[in-house]
Design a protein around this ligand. Structure first.
Ligand code: GN1
Ligand code: MG
Length: 367
């Protein structure tokens, strides 16, 4: 037998309608928000499952969140139905309900749990290594948006309102500065200046949206590359981490994917010289994405893509720095300056992107 460090996860796993007997529950993945475990089973279908404790400080409306995910998955599965059952299960996540048919289970301590099928022979990458991977990632998010393009955005609740609204994020930063909860503001004055001088340029997508030049669609809103599953041949499998699926602008999804693809360094790299652009990976992602998305994107949406590319690392820098100033209350951190280090990598990335903006625009125009 094996030992459970966290008894609650065994109790919780048992509430779900699993086919087979649980033999192990292990920590899984590298997300900053939820707690994720792999549940191994024998007998029955001998599948693995993904058990998650949803961070309900960040996601207070777990019921709304789970309904969003369920709506989206049902729609995707309908869209893919012509491919046959086996393929549908590979190309979209599958929720495992509780034994009483609910989408989630709440434990006595108030923790919220949910379960998915863990897809076999798949991989997600924190760092993209090849153009093949980048291309597949582009296809994955392009197809995801395309298949949801006819689902009415009003069917989903805005689970984290203003999530990618840069005015909202900058207002939060300003509030954090005023409160200076843990006395960190003085030390980050230069970084703050670097962020605030770019403020107007970064409002472009928001202004296009406010002027109705680009439509609200159902978007993923957390398109970092490790939220795509590829198969053993690096062919596209499916998109994961659907917590933030809600109405948004496609430029946000494109920009957040590029943020994590275009540079070979980690989000928390200490050596800023390692933050350079790999334009080949950008091109491969853009090609895969536009192959799927060209059929539904408007001219203005295409134009907005580059603004998303600049915006998302910028917004991430704003968010990391806000959390640093607040005393690390949002993101999981492994050491005292973790959020500060993350802020610097994102800002460096913005600087690199600014230098190459016209080159990136030319590439986008090719596909
Ligand atoms: C968070 O949980 P995870 O790691 O998938 C965050 C994203 C950030 C990302 C930065 C709900 O995502 O918005 O881009 O960290 N999710 C939420 O790595 O805030
Ligand atoms: Mg997430």
């Amino acid at each position: 037998m094996f030992e459970f460090k966290d008894h609650q996860r065994l109790i919780s796993a048992d509430y779900f309608d699993i086919n087979g007997e649980i033999v192990a529950i292990e920590q899984f993945g590298s997300g900053h928000i939820n707690d994720t475990f792999r549940v191994k089973t024998t007998g029955g279908l001998a599948r693995d499952y993904l058990l998650q404790r949803v961070n309900h400080t960040i996601f207070p409306d777990v019921e709304g969140l789970m309904n969003n995910i369920n709506n989206v998955l049902n729609h995707l599965k309908e869209k893919l139905a012509h491919l046959g059952e086996e393929e549908v299960e590979k190309r979209s996540l599958t929720l495992i309900p509780t034994k009483s048919g609910a989408l989630f289970y709440q434990d006595e301590e108030g923790g919220y749990w949910r379960m998915f099928v863990l897809l076999k022979d798949t991989k997600s990458y924190d760092i993209v290594e090849t153009t093949k991977q980048a291309f597949s990632g582009g296809q994955a998010f392009g197809a995801f948006q395309k298949n949801l393009a006819d689902l009415d955005p009003n069917r989903l609740v805005a689970i984290l309102p203003n999530f990618h609204n840069i005015d909202f994020r900058l207002a939060n930063l300003r509030t954090a500065i005023i409160n200076d909860a843990v006395g960190r503001v003085d030390d980050v004055a230069t970084l703050l200046q670097e962020l605030f001088i770019r403020e107007e340029r970064m409002r472009k997508v928001l202004l296009m949206g406010n002027a109705n030049e680009i439509p609200l669609r159902i978007t993923h809103n957390d398109t970092k590359f490790n939220n795509v599953l590829l198969d053993v041949y690096d062919e596209v499998q499916c998109v994961i981490d659907l917590d933030t699926v809600m109405p948004g602008y496609i430029a946000y999804d494109f920009g957040d994917a590029i943020r994590t693809i275009i540079n070979p360094a980690a989000e928390d790299a200490i050596d800023l010289d390692a933050i350079v652009l790999n334009i080949h990976l950008f091109e491969a992602y853009a090609q895969g994405y536009l192959q799927e998305a060209s059929s539904f994107l408007t001219v203005k949406e295409r134009e907005s893509l580059i603004h998303g590319v600049l915006l998302l690392p910028y917004m991430q820098a704003v968010r990391f720095l806000t959390d640093y100033i607040n005393g690390d209350t949002y993101y999981k951190v492994e050491y005292a300056d973790h959020n500060l280090v993350r802020t610097k990598t994102q800002l460096k990335l913005v600087e690199e992107l600014e230098k190459h903006e016209s080159e990136l625009i030319q590439i986008l125009a090719k596909y």
